[in-house]
Ligand binder design. Sequence first.
Ligand SMILES: Cc1ncc(COP(=O)(O)O)c(C=O)c1O
Length: 328
Amino acid sequence: MLDHGGRLRAAAQRYGIAVADWLDLSTGIAPYGWPLPAIPESVWQRLPEPDDGLEALARDYYGAAALLPVAGSQAAIQALPRLRRPGLRVAVLAPAYAEHAEAWRREGHLVQELGEGALDRSLDRFDVVLVVNPNNPTGRLIERERLLDWHTRLAARGGWLLVDEAFMDCTPEHSLAAYSQRPGLIVLRSFGKFFGLAGIRLGFALAEEGLLEQLAAQLGPWAVSGPARAVAAALLADVEGQQRQRECLRVDGLRLAVLLSEHGLAPAGGTALFQLVGHYQAVGLHGYFARRGILLRLFAEIRCLRFGLPGDEAGWQRLEQALKDMPR
Ligand SMILES: Cc1ncc(COP(=O)(O)O)c(C=O)c1O
């Protein structure tokens, strides 16, 4: 199992600080969201049914012709490599969310991680290309035309371009959702991050119908729980709430970038939901913040720290104070 942010209980044990006393900035998940709708008892009691309206609401929200709800985009990340015969040459635009490379390796494919220029030059050597856009953790956003060009080159040989848009909700104008019915283009969306509900374990795969049918068969029946479907349907229908959330996250994302810059930690990149800071003492700084009960995500191998958003004013003040007191 790979390491991820959000392991608050483990941090509490390691640093001897009670779980309730932490400011958890280790994930890129919105720290606030919606008052949740009441879930009718029948939704708990009955099996989830695919004609409850969720898919139509999601198609509207993402702007896709066809999609499949999955138990977190992670479920699709793990299942997609099983839809192709083993031994494919797979390129992952790196650094990126590590689960993609791991999932393809696990299923017997030949995975190579490479940077943008190298990928562009060697694209024609690969059968499958994986891009996280905007990228986690770097925040780098690749323009749509470039991705569509990559897709055309891959699809001409029966290849796939898989675009993970887990952090796209604040910049929907850059999404490839509208093109996802093209054979060989698969777009993944994560529900929990923007809506601030990571615990719901919901995501969507956007692609042509035939591929979605194969993916559905791979995942089996009732892959997403009825309560998750009910909550998501209510939030996907709330266009005004989505606009409010987008605005709040954009403002807070900017506030975080400015705050870090003011204290000598200018971000190397980021999205509305997180900022990435490179620092030669990233490991030491991670420990400094953790001892003050502020959990960050450490990327030791690239000497970077990822900061998520504080959820309230007290959290912002606490982060600011820790930045002020930081050893120089
Ligand atoms: C880039 C990226 N893709 C996908 C996921 C999986 O998210 P989920 O399974 O909650 O949709 C994550 C989780 O952090 C992520 O960072």
